[in-house]
Design a protein around this ligand. Structure first.
Ligand code: GRF
Length: 205
């Protein structure tokens, strides 16, 4: 049994959340999913958390005076649950410096492109529009910018002539569901080392 504890932040369908829960269950994550934080109480990911028996912190941003105000509340919950790693998985809100600074080095995101290309929204649409032959998935630390933090891992997804956004999105989700649990297990095993922008994974040989 591991005692490395993660919280997942998500706003949507939650296929990445599900892959993390499944990996925790079969022992591949080396960590437990202790909490879902969600800004969209009606999102599908909430049902997934309830089905999996994962606690939820649900909030409606409009009910707060500022982003800092709801983040302060989130931080209280994270601390009360002794969360080691915050895992953003389709969380559609920018974090403030309150959250980024408190969890510096313990806050990661997954983005559906090979960063630094195609930051921000609709990365798959941007990549297709641009005409790339290869796109993919990036897991990175979160810093104060938009998808700009140090890169932890990447996985390529080829683009063939005529590929639709739907087809690439499927391939990207499949890659994400492999990569994200693996990266979290590296953290849980203490294998991830950050030096400036450079991340080393000290996998045993
Ligand atoms: C993923 O493609 C992830 O890269 C992006 O948001 C999407 C979330 O998908 N940040 P899901 O909700 O996990 O299915």
């Amino acid at each position: 049994m591991t005692n490395y504890r993660i919280a997942v932040f998500a706003s949507g369908t939650g296929s990445n959340f599900q892959s993390l829960v499944d990996a925790a269950r079969n022992g591949a994550l080396n960590a437990s999913v202790e909490l879902l934080v969600c800004d969209k109480p009606a999102a599908q990911v909430v049902q997934r958390a309830q089905d999996a028996g994962v606690d939820c912190h649900l909030f409606t941003p409009k009910a707060y005076a500022s982003r800092e105000a709801y983040e302060a509340e989130i931080i209280e919950v994270l601390e009360s649950k002794q969360i080691d790693l915050v895992v953003l998985a389709g969380y559609m809100r920018l974090l403030t410096s309150v959250m980024v600074e408190r969890y510096a080095g313990r806050l990661i995101n997954i983005h559906p492109s090979l960063l630094p290309a195609f930051t921000g929204k609709d990365a798959i649409g941007q990549a297709l529009e641009y005409g790339v032959k290869v796109t993919g998935v990036t897991v990175h630390f979160v810093d104060g910018g938009m998808d700009t933090g140090p890169i932890i891992a990447q996985h390529p997804v080829p683009v063939q002539p005529g590929d639709t956004a739907e087809k690439i999105s499927k391939a990207i989700h499949a890659a994400e569901q492999q990569l994200y649990p693996e990266v979290v297990s590296w953290f849980a095993q203490g294998l991830v080392q950050l030096n400036g922008r450079h991340v080393t994974i000290n996998k045993p040989v």
